[in-house]
Design a protein around this ligand. Structure first.
Ligand code: 5GP
Ligand code: MN
Length: 359
């Protein structure tokens, strides 16, 4: 996801199991051993979160290509739900590893999960945590529930790909251009192309190592961030036109929100994933700290994306409404009408102002 806070900044006490520091040496050693001790024909299943974004797919496919270089032959990558990869990611190296969730190994020797903060983000594939010989979790959400047998969770990492790259290094896999392209897409996605707070010197050093393989950042960025069908451009125009600004919301910090329906998608002949980028056009509103896009997924169901510029902990709002995320980028699934869903958000916002009256 694109998270203007820089992502894993911590959750103001709203997260299930806050993790302050990165993985211990023992965790890294256990992860290296889990890969090293695979039987000769061991089956490895890689899973990333539902509705995968650039970090989910990029860290998973980059790591998968690394495992392939290590000689792992029985290797699948997958994610829950319909096996549709958003257009912008279809040229990522390693997509040949992808299989539909329905064809994923039922009982792999090793399952590795990417960018998922909890088992629920694995949808129907969550059972593999039980059926697999071993379960390894790579993630950077502070709220990660440590649902694997081995957990490499670094809430200070700008992206899950940072964790993936370190594990590849420890496994002795050198970066090549294909691996680097996947990890670069992941890194640029979760740092908002190096704009968010998580963009540390270490992030730029990793970017430098990735670029040194010869990948072309201009081509990659244009494909991932700056390309959409004309129908999506017109759809964005329509949806942005109906945005509403509520300056008094969030105890005066301001809320801007809009919504997109299944009918909007159908009229412009667009797939739901094109709407993922919409929040970036809404959150630039100067007069509001909080921004929100409500996307219809079924007649009575909406996927809600929320962002904050720093005055409001939107993960508190998301958790209160059954979802999760980071402090300044979070989401949940809402039911009812748009007005009902936004009404519930509005009601939670006052109490989520950071340092404000929590009553
Ligand atoms: P986005 O708005 O980009 O879809 O998501 C922003 C953040 O909120 C991400 O960290 C994402 O994992 C989290 N998030 C979005 N929707 C949900 C949801 O329905 N449940 C949970 N637990 N987290 C969500
Ligand atoms: Mn991520």
């Amino acid at each position: 996801m694109t998270d203007p806070s820089g992502g894993p900044a911590g959750g103001a006490g709203v997260t299930a199991t806050p993790v302050d520091s990165g993985p211990a040496e023992a965790d890294w050693a256990a992860a290296v051993a889990a890969v090293g001790q695979l039987p000769p024909d061991g089956r490895v299943l890689l899973i990333c979160h539902v509705n995968p974004d650039g970090d989910a797919l990029g860290s998973m496919l980059g790591f998968g290509l690394g495992l392939r270089r290590l000689g792992v032959r029985r290797l699948q990558a997958t994610f829950p739900g319909p096996p549709e990869v958003p257009e912008s990611f279809r040229e990522l190296p390693g997509t040949d590893l992808l299989v539909p969730a329905t064809r994923a190994y039922p009982d792999p020797d090793l399952v590795i999960c990417f960018d998922a903060a909890s088992g629920s983000r694995l949808g129907e594939l969550v059972d593999r945590l039980e059926t697999a010989g071993a379960a390894l979790v790579l993630d950077h959400h502070a709220s990660n529930t440590r649902f694997g047998g081995i957990n490499l969770v670094d809430p200070h990492a700008a992206a899950t790909s940072v964790v993936a790259e370190e594990l590849l290094t420890r496994l002795g896999v050198p970066l090549d251009a294909a691996i680097a392209e996947c990890l670069y897409v992941a890194l640029t996605t979760d740092t908002g192309s190096f704009r968010f707070e998580a963009t540390t010197p270490a992030v730029h050093r990793l970017a430098a190592r990735l670029l040194a393989t010869g990948i072309r950042p201009g081509d990659i960025s244009r494909r991932i961030f700056d390309t959409r069908p004309f129908g999506a451009v017109r759809l964005f125009g329509e949806v942005l036109c109906r945005a509403r600004l509520e300056p008094a919301a969030a105890a005066g910090r301001g809320l801007v929100w809009t919504y997109a329906t299944l009918d909007d998608l159908a009229r412009h002949d667009q797939r739901p994933y094109v709407l993922e980028a919409l929040i970036d056009s809404v959150r630039c509103t100067a007069e509001a700290d909080v921004s929100c896009v409500v996307k219809q997924t079924r007649p009575d169901e909406w996927a809600v994306s929320m962002r904050s510029k720093g005055a409001v902990d939107v993960s508190a709002v998301a958790v209160a409404l059954g979802g999760g995320g980071h402090r300044f980028a979070a989401g949940f699934t809402g039911r009812g009408t748009v007005d009902e869903v936004v009404g519930r958000i509005r009601a939670e916002l006052d109490g989520a102002v950071i340092g404000g009256d929590q009553g």
